[in-house]
Write a protein that binds this ligand. Structure first.
Ligand SMILES: *Cc1c(COP(=O)(O)O)cnc(C)c1O
Length: 405
């Protein structure tokens, strides 16, 4: 037995004996990453087109990001929100500069960002109705995913996520994605907000159409509802725009973001439009860790590289030929690959059968991807992925489809 297999066995044993069993993981142990590549403890390399589930926007260990984290770690890591520090102010300024006049609250994850949005909708309902408990309903979409906390889970109408955890938080009702009338029909005097993912991620990459988003904006304006967009997965450059809703030319009242924002360092945030930004007042919401000097340094480094390397423009140009090549693949293997959905580096491959065997076969050939709901595979390259790496992913996919044909 060589040394690397001793390490692999021991990590597997440590997991088996000590780590909670809430994930089904493949039998590899990752030890190192650089750019779009990761290596396991047996020395195999993989093209990582999971990006840690749309998190590692700059790939692994980007030098500018690593240097920023190292510098900040030696200066000041945590002070809590009892005090100001420069990085949180600067990161908030850049988010406001991107989203529009408003304010930012920092947290640590997408789930926390969604909880903050849901709490914001309650405060808006109180302001709107003049009373607590009268106006609290949020209209969400079927097949949505808004995280695993109680509010977000209650907004996630999927049996596999809610099972065992009832009773849920009351007040969530569900329309059909891209069916504006189904949302309009759910509005009543108790409705405070609409919350949707601009592009549904976990359910298999299902985008809101621009017309649907613009229609939701109109409904919210007509009925004084908050339009809240969950951009935790689709935001931060993944579609080639900073926020996915920018493609539709709408402006929401509030945005949840997280995954890509820290490039792999945990950070989440909500942006709230200036009109509604003062609903949270001292004491009404908080977090110990949100927006630490270190987390914000990581976020600032991500945004530095977006600007310095014109990264979103690169995503827009490089994704064009890649998406065309994927569409060609669907034409070659229509019995297996029935549709290609998404935009930029947020792509869902609709399979005709269970994606599990495909995910395994792709990994064995050196490509890591993420399965999603409804027999889909998500292909999520880091935003720094090169044309050559994108082309390589298509070749590996082709080989796997060909082997099963
Ligand atoms: C991942 C995700 C979340 C939850 O984020 P966590 O950081 O896992 O809590 C919420 N909403 C959407 C759209 C997501 O993709």
């Amino acid at each position: 037995m060589n040394q690397s297999s001793i390490i692999r066995t021991s990590t597997a044993e440590l997991y088996d004996a000590n780590v909670m069993k809430n994930y089904a993981r493949p039998a590899i142990t990752l030890v190192r990453g650089r750019g779009a590549q990761v290596w396991d403890d047996a020395g195999n390399s993989y093209l990582d087109f999971t990006s840690g589930i749309a998190v590692s926007a700059l790939g692994h260990c980007h030098p500018h990001w690593v240097a920023a984290i190292q510098r900040q770690a030696g200066e000041l890591i945590h002070v809590s929100n009892l005090f100001r520090h420069p990085n949180q102010g600067e990161l908030a300024r850049r988010i406001v500069g991107q989203a529009g006049p408003g304010r930012v609250f920092f947290c640590n994850s997408g789930g926390e960002a969604d909880e903050a949005l849901i709490k914001l909708s309650r405060l808006h309902g109180v302001a709107k109705s003049g009373e607590e408990g009268k106006c609290f309903k949020v209209i969400c979409a079927k097949n949505a995913f808004h995280g695993r906390m109680f509010g977000g889970m209650s907004a996630t109408p999927q049996e596999k996520i809610q099972k065992g955890f009832r009773p849920l938080v009351p007040g969530f009702v569900f329309g059909e994605l891209n069916n504006l009338q189904s949302f309009a029909d759910l509005i009543d005097a108790q409705t405070s907000a609409i919350l949707v993912e601009t592009i549904q991620g976990e359910s298999g990459i299902h985008p809101c159409t621009p017309e649907f988003l613009r229609g939701l904006r109109q409904l919210c304006d007509q009925h004084n509802l908050l339009l809240m967009l969950d951009e935790v997965q689709c935001g931060l450059g993944r579609t080639g725009k900073f926020y996915a809703f920018e493609h539709a030319g709408v402006l929401p009242d509030a945005i949840a973001m997280a995954k890509g924002l820290g490039g792999g360092f945990p950070i989440g945030a909500i942006w709230v439009r200036d009109r509604f930004a003062d609903l949270f007042q001292p004491g009404s919401h908080g977090t110990t860790f949100g927006g630490t000097p270190l987390a914000c340094a990581a976020g600032l480094a991500v945004l530095d590289v977006f600007a310095r390397d014109n990264l979103l423009e690169l995503v827009r140009t490089r994704s064009g030929p890649w998406l065309e090549a994927l569409a060609k693949l669907a034409a070659e293997y229509p019995a297996q690959l029935t549709a290609v959905r998404g935009r930029g580096y947020l792509v869902g491959l609709q399979l005709a059968s269970d994606p599990g065997p495909y995910v395994n076969a792709l990994r064995e050939r050196g490509l890591l991807v993420v399965s999603a709901g409804g027999n889909a595979i998500r292909v999520l390259p880091p935003l720094i992925a090169t044309a050559e790496e994108l082309a390589r992913s298509v070749e590996i996919l082709r080989a796997v489809f060909a082997a099963k044909a």
